[in-house]
Design a protein around this ligand. Structure first.
Ligand code: NAD
Ligand code: TYD
Length: 351
């Protein structure tokens, strides 16, 4: 089977690519990525020489390029992760999110349909990876997002992802395209670009800079270790029902301030600083515009139907994550200085 994975040089995509390249030596994995600021081929150094792996640089918003790529490579399946993914960036530059997340997704849907429909859809899958943010914002109560929760996106990021989800389902209902979707909560772990809360905080604590907490720090997110998201994607891709959606989460809700305090304590412990040292760097800053209050996700469908569950507790995952960033200062320095872009240029030169 030849699988086109989009966005494989990003945070979650690189973990998915690694899992598939190593676990399925008989599959051919093509990683299609535009190498935006968030794409970093250093994330895949350990698999870049594998015989069943190839990287292709390209923009999913470029229709002619996508059509040509599908005609040339004839992938059997697509796992689509490429996206603009940061809410704060979507507030300052929403059009980039429309281009990649909406138009890019529709280009892929069209190309997959054009390639697969003539010979019949049997054996093909278009798997779209999405977010719990499409469901909107919850109050502080027991309610959770289920697969049946009505969409209510409230940021340009979540609106663009919601739109892409609707297009994916429309291609299934209208053209019969064999699709699967999953909507996952906030991921954390190695190789996370230090603009998102957890890697940003670790980077800033490590360099003695203030950690910005938006508003009062009372917003709640559910956190899942990125490698557990990758195993969930593996489970849905292989065993999920065509046409179905699976919610994925860590059953692990944290208020931002409590999470940052825990992270400060883990960093102090790992770096041998006195207790309370890092907490002094917490700084309350102006809130994000339209800041969603709470996300909570009910993962019982994927757990019951596909037997998936997270492999680590939050304490274990967070300890592993802090260990990884402290042991990989070079990666963080390369990302924060922009040097990783030189590595990207060398890696795709001539392809
Ligand atoms: P990321 O920003 O780390 O990586 C995105 C990747 O997509 C990058 O490698 C980037 O170069 C690539 N890309 C961006 N625009 C492109 C384009 N036009 N053409 C080709 N490639 C392009 O994102 P991530 O956090 O790894 O998220 C991956 C997917 O998972 C996204 O679809 C996101 O919506 C979804 N998701 C993320 C989270 C999370 O917590 N990070 C949670 C749930 C779902
Ligand atoms: P983020 O990692 O950007 O993910 P998302 O907005 O997609 O959930 O932010 C996680 C939470 O942390 C969110 O409530 C916003 C908040 N936050 C801060 O308080 N400070 C920060 O510097 C960042 C980046 C986020």
């Amino acid at each position: 089977m030849k699988i086109l994975i989009t966005g494989g040089a990003g945070f979650i995509g690189s973990h998915v690519v690694r899992l598939f390249v190593m676990k399925y030596p008989n599959y051919q994995i093509i990683n299609l990525d535009a190498l935006t600021y968030a794409g970093n081929l250093e994330n895949l150094r350990d698999v870049e020489g594998a015989p069943n792996y190839r990287f292709v640089k390209g923009d999913i918003a470029d229709q002619a390029f996508i059509d040509e790529l599908f005609a040339r490579e004839e992938p059997d399946a697509v796992i689509h992760l490429a996206a603009e993914s940061h809410v704060d960036r979507s507030i300052t530059d929403p059009m980039a999110f429309v281009k990649t997340n909406v138009i890019g997704t529709v280009n892929l849907l069209n190309a997959a349909r054009n390639l697969w429909q003539p010979g019949g859809y049997a054996g093909h899958t278009f798997y779209h990876v999405s977010t719990d943010e499409v469901y909107g914002s919850l109050d502080f109560g027991p309610e959770m997002f289920t697969e049946d929760t009505a969409y209510d996106p409230r940021s340009p990021y979540s609106a663009s992802k919601a739109s892409s989800d609707h297009f994916v389902r429309a291609w299934h209902h209208t053209y019969g395209l064999p699709i699967k979707l999953s909507n996952c909560s906030n991921n954390y772990g190695p190789n996370h670009f230090p603009e998102k809360l957890i890697p940003l905080a670790i980077h800033r604590l490590r360099t003695g800079q203030p950690v910005p907490v938006y508003g009062k720090g009372e917003n709640v997110r559910d956190w899942l270790f990125v490698k557990d998201h990758a195993t969930a994607i593996d489970a849905v891709f292989h065993n999920g029902k065509l046409g179905d959606t699976y919610n994925i989460g860590g059953v692990n809700e944290w208020q931002n301030l409590k999470l940052i305090e825990l992270l400060c304590d883990v960093v102090d412990e790992k770096t041998g600083q006195g207790p309370g040292t890092s907490r002094r760097l917490i700084k309350f800053v102006t809130d994000r515009a339209g800041h969603d209050m709470r996300y909570a996700i009910d993962s019982s469908k994927i757990m019951n139907e596909l037997g998936w569950k997270p492999s680590v507790t939050f304490e274990q995952g967070l300890a592993q994550t802090v260990d990884w960033y402290l042991a990989n200062e070079e990666w963080l320095n390369s990302v924060t200085s922009g040097a990783y872009q030189d590595y990207n240029t060398k890696q795709y030169a001539g392809r």
